[in-house]
Design a protein around this ligand. Structure first.
Ligand SMILES: [Mg+2]
Length: 244
């Protein structure tokens, strides 16, 4: 019988010692937390002069930010450029009269606010707790920025559930580059065959893991039907917790 690789079974975890999880939008609810931080900027800096509603401001920011992250993940732009442009572009588009000034200070301000937000993806704590009970070591493998990710992990009470934190910033190499996965193996002292990646981005988290010879589970909150993929896809983290 041919093994259906898109189905998650208890056997899928055979040989795994370290479960690596992506942070943003896999464990930590980036989308929700980011909107809280952006809404705070809208209120505190009277952005209603340029954007009629907070939603308009948030949508405009998210569009520019998404495009820039796409380029960053492909290694086309540097982190500093992304951080400068992601606020400047929406403020210019909204024709805010202090676009340049606010564009320069918003990134710092936004990241500060973001790091204080603590909304987690439903089922995150239960999954990590269960993995621990089952004897797996847990690592965070994230493309996020070092100064923010550590604060997010600490503030949202995840520290005690995590054994390793490996960030692209540590070595200047992003997912899906296989070298980041090799670095993670070295940090945990394990082989590729012992690693499993859980993440929400098929192009970075999952593609990189598979190329590195790891197992991978895609977490897709919006996936309806089971697709035929060389890796399992789950709609909620509790599906994984039920299987282990
Ligand atoms: Mg993510």
């Amino acid at each position: 019988m041919v093994e259906n690789k898109s189905v998650l079974t208890p056997q899928f975890f055979n040989g795994i010692s370290v479960v690596w999880v992506d942070l943003d939008d896999t464990i930590w609810d980036f989308r929700a937390n980011s909107r809280v931080a952006l809404r705070g900027l809208y209120d505190d800096y009277s952005l209603s002069d340029a954007f009629t509603t907070p939603e308009e401001w948030i949508t405009c920011y998210e569009r520019h930010n998404h495009a820039l992250w796409d380029q960053y993940n492909k290694g086309l732009i540097e982190k500093e450029y992304l951080m400068k442009e992601r606020f400047l572009r929406p403020l210019l588009e909204g024709k805010h009269r202090a676009a340049t000034e606010l564009g320069n200070r918003f990134d710092r301000e936004y990241l500060d606010r973001l790091a204080e937000c603590t909304e987690l993806i439903p089922g995150a704590i239960s999954l990590l707790t269960k993995l621990r009970e089952r004897g797996y070591r847990i690592g965070i493998l994230s493309n996020g920025f070092v100064e923010v990710q550590h604060r997010k992990i600490r503030n949202s009470g995840l520290s005690s559930l995590i054994d390793y934190i490996v960030l692209s910033d540590d070595i200047g190499i992003n997912k899906p580059d296989v070298r980041l996965y090799r670095h993670a193996e070295k940090v945990a002292g394990v082989s590729a065959a012992e690693c499993l990646m859980i993440g929400d981005n098929p192009d970075t988290d999952i593609a990189g893991a598979l190329n590195a010879g790891w197992k991978a589970i895609l977490f897709d909150r919006n996936s309806g039907a089971t697709r035929s993929t060389p890796f399992p896809t789950v709609e909620s983290l509790s599906v994984i917790a039920e299987v282990i």
